[in-house]
Design a protein around this ligand. Sequence first.
Ligand SMILES: [Zn+2]
Length: 389
Amino acid sequence: MKRGASSIEVKKLNRNRVFRYLNSKDRASMPDIAANLGMSGPTVLQIIKELKESQVVREVGVFQSTGGRKAKAIASVQDVCYAVGLDITRNHVSLALTNLSEKALRRQRVREPFVRDDGYFRRLGDLLEDFLDESRTPRERIIGVGLSIPGILGEENCITYSHTLGLDHVAGDEFTRYIPYPCVIVNDANAAAIAECSGMTLNQSVFYLLLSNSVGGAIVFRRDAPAQAEWSVREGISRDIYMGANQRAGEFGHMVIRPEGRACYCGKKGCLDVYCSASVLADRTEGNLERFFRELEEGSPKWREIWEEYTDNLAIAVDNLRMCFDGDVVLGGYVGGYMGPYIEDFRAKCAKRNIFGQSGDYVKACKYRIEASALGAAVCQIERYIDEV
Ligand SMILES: [Zn+2]
């Protein structure tokens, strides 16, 4: 608790803690809330009364008695609000709908090559409306839209730079001009990391590596990290994402893993992006990553060799992240989505490099594949709502 917090701030903070606790569970009783959050019974009772009046929690029955009076079961009202995320890539738009559950209730991926013109931005608005129609989402409960962009973002929703989309200092308003809801723009890797961490108690830090057509990343620190200007500064992101002084933190793709290696589009040599973008694999199968993994699974030595080279390079980067941050490394993006069956082999490669132990268990495969960034962008809006409960 920071010193000098007024009693109103303390009350707001406590209410928020109770709501977050409830929202992370299926249901809970008041004694359970009091015990787990270290609050007094009367405080919890008062907060639950207020939250009920705001219609964000409700009673959902009683717990089986263990002797005394049966405790009421309380749960959050998860459909009190909805948010949609749109993830823009070079050739596709992905959409995801969520509510307070922060789970993907509906998702869709549409081929829609990016062109910077009015027609494209109008189609974004149309895609969103069609998506909402099909999911029968009550419009009045939509609190906002999150837009995930593969690029570096600046102040006030400005897109400072995007190699993938070929953008240099573009106002985010261009993208959102046909979207009649409050919008927030989020970097795609940060959005994906937020999706991966949602529902998870952030009791540990997560370092997310986005292995898509470009390589990016995000640094998610546990909540007790110091709250300073360089931490979680973007509106809507209340998770502690380290943004850096210029909002460029987590650009792991331009970490050099092979000095004097192959040329990167950024002008340097030997960047991780050159060796570990999804296209390194997909280019072997006419751009079809799924086919690459099918061929690999069938086990011909040719594909195995490509994969070994890819994962040798990836292990260098993952080990570097471990040495820098000493936390879990999540492999996400298009390739991360296929890592599941290969994760043990890959952990073994990382374990060989781990000077502080024999284990590579700190490496995880992501939960979400292509919809992670869209979902995470939507979750940003939900988190903003929850912060104000
Ligand atoms: Zn580079």
